[in-house]
Design a binder for this molecule. Sequence first.
Ligand code: FPP
Length: 259
Amino acid sequence: MFSFLSKDQTTGEVAERQLDEANIPAHVAIIMDGNGRWAQQRHLPRIAGHKQGMNTVKTVAKAASHLGVKVLTLYAFSTENWKRPTTEVNYLMKLPVDFFGTFVPDLIKNNIRVKVMGYTEDLPDATQKAVRDAIAATKDCTGMVLNFALNYGGRAEIVTAVQRLAQQVQAGTLDPTAIDEALLSQNLMTGDLGDLQDPDLLIRTSGEERLSNFMLWQVAYSEFVFMAQHWPDFDQTTLEEAIYQYQQRHRRFGGLTTA
Ligand code: FPP
């Protein structure tokens, strides 16, 4: 058990809470929302929110790793985000270059391994290179996996997996009756995470309560926690608060409660 000071999102009341170290969610996934609104509230351009959001990624990655999270998946750019104005898209594509350019030594110090899921082949060359270099530089890290969803979409991911399986059926190397949940899971972009591929806890910031095409298959039994804070205001305490809420839930996976 360890304690942290939690602040109520509506009343602002501060209370001391206990976190159970034995019940830290192994895989935490976050929809980092509200960068634009954070900036607008400060009369700043939207990209200022994304820049601050990138700094929050650094803080939260270290905090999650210290808490004992095994996989932290962050929704950084969706297959639908290309619809945004070109200047914003260009800025978002530059962020991984800045992020990995400055943060890889810290990641290595914290034994954090970088993984990326998404259609990275469609990203600009400099972004692809930054991602490849970060993956190579951290490949021997054995601690938390920091998994960025970059040009990722949950439906597209399932379609790609189905196409791959269909090709094997067509080639005569796969019997259709051998296609089960485990095989489809292995063919998703999280397949290499093995037992850790499904998030235990899904957090969305900024008060929105929707999935936005994120990990549609993998969140089947995840606990959802929605936080009012915009992503640039998220920090270690907000993460602890989300984990505290997770620890108050009784996960049943379709069975009956034993608690
Ligand atoms: C959603 O906020 C946020 C994004 C689409 C981008 C998320 C990216 C980051 C937090 C930085 C990622 C960092 C790295 C290292 C890749 P929004 O723009 O939709 O906010 P709004 O709903 O208030 O407009």
